[in-house]
Design a protein around this ligand. Structure first.
Ligand SMILES: [Mg+2]
Length: 343
């Protein structure tokens, strides 16, 4: 009789979603933290990924906050991070514009002081108005943006300046509700001028391309809470993705997602990386995941029993999601309402 091999911890390692990946890329808000608070379990999960020698990078569209501010916040929440672990859309924009424009080119920054500093560090001459004949205009989120700055940007673009934006998020979640994101300022210029800028942040390609370049990832997975930025970006870049339900989007958003926004896996939060991967088996009109199953009955997606735990409800959600994705005409609303432990 052979002795059991491996410690309990070693056997657990074999069964985790993260096992087949060398790198995990994370969105921040709604994934690692919610406003000022850490997502429960996230700090411990990040420490465990580090212990398993996985490469970790935090990838944020927020262009207004300097990298060091993001690092300090992560450290305060008990998560170790340094400049090698954080990538902002402002950094991606600065790097990309170095390839697009000659060194020393004049750039009109219609965004935060942080963005202007990064543009200066990238070797550009930051100018204040259209009369300085900038080669490019870059828009980024700035809570102090003035109409006068938008006027200068509009005039420069009409004079032929290249038009760029760090990201295009329509809104920003705050503890008081949603407020306009930089997408609103972009729409304002688009309304006035027609056309649209080249955008660097998620879901657009440059952000994840830069994240892959910096990490040297061979087998990355992207972890996000938004289908329209995180998951769409990962799908477009051909990267497997984990949608976590700890942030912006929930079960209803998942089942009605278009194919361009289909994650390859779901979990309650980032601790799903350390649990067995959730896989579904689909046959005609029926799907199973773990011990849960879903079926198509009279134009509706139904689940065969009411799962007791959150993990079982996630299994049921993943099963019924496969059927709903296969036929968008199917009504999944009753089945979803049964899954009370899921947002
Ligand atoms: Mg997010």
């Amino acid at each position: 009789m052979g002795l059991p091999t491996g410690t309990k911890a070693e056997r657990e390692i074999v069964s985790a979603l993260i096992d087949v990946y060398d790198t995990a890329l994370f969105d921040l808000d709604g994934v690692i933290y919610l406003g000022p608070k850490v997502v429960p379990g996230a700090a411990e999960a990040m420490a465990e990924l580090r212990r398993r020698e996985k490469t970790v990078m935090y990838v944020t569209n927020n262009a207004a906050r300097p990298v060091q501010v993001v690092i300090d916040q992560l450290n305060r929440l008990g998560i170790s991070a340094d400049v090698d672990n954080v990538l902002t859309s402002a950094q991606v924009a600065a790097a990309a514009l170095q390839a697009e424009l000659p060194a020393g080119a004049r750039v009109l920054v219609c965004g935060s002081a942080n963005l202007a500093v990064l543009m200066g560090e990238a070797g550009f001459q930051v100018v204040a108005g259209a009369d300085d004949h900038p080669a490019a205009v870059i828009q980024g989120y700035d809570p102090d943006l003035s109409w006068r700055q938008l006027d200068e940007a509009a005039l420069a673009i009409q004079q032929g300046a290249g038009w760029y934006a760090t990201n295009a998020d329509a809104s920003r979640p705050t503890d008081r509700g949603l407020v306009p994101g930089v997408g609103g300022a972009i729409a304002l210029l688009s309304t006035a001028l027609g056309g649209a800028p080249m955008v660097f942040g998620k879901p657009y390609r440059p952000m994840l391309t830069e994240a892959l370049r910096r990490t040297g990832a061979k087998h990355p997975i992207f972890v996000g809470d938004r289908l329209d930025t995180d998951i769409v970006g990962a799908v477009a870049a051909g990267i497997p993705s984990l949608l976590v339900l700890s942030g912006a989007h929930g079960k209803g958003d998942l089942v009605s997602a278009t194919p361009a926004a289909h994650p390859s896996c779901i979990g309650a939060d980032v601790t799903a990386l350390l649990k067995p991967p959730r896989t579904a088996n689909v046959t005609l009109g029926r799907a199973t995941c773990g011990n849960q199953s879903a079926a198509v009955v009279a134009g509706k997606v139904t689940i065969t029993s009411v799962p007791a735990t959150q993990e079982e409800q996630l299994d049921a959600l993943w099963a019924l999601t496969q059927l709903a994705w296969g036929d968008p005409q199917l009504d999944a609303s009753e089945a979803l309402s049964v899954l009370e432990l899921l947002p």
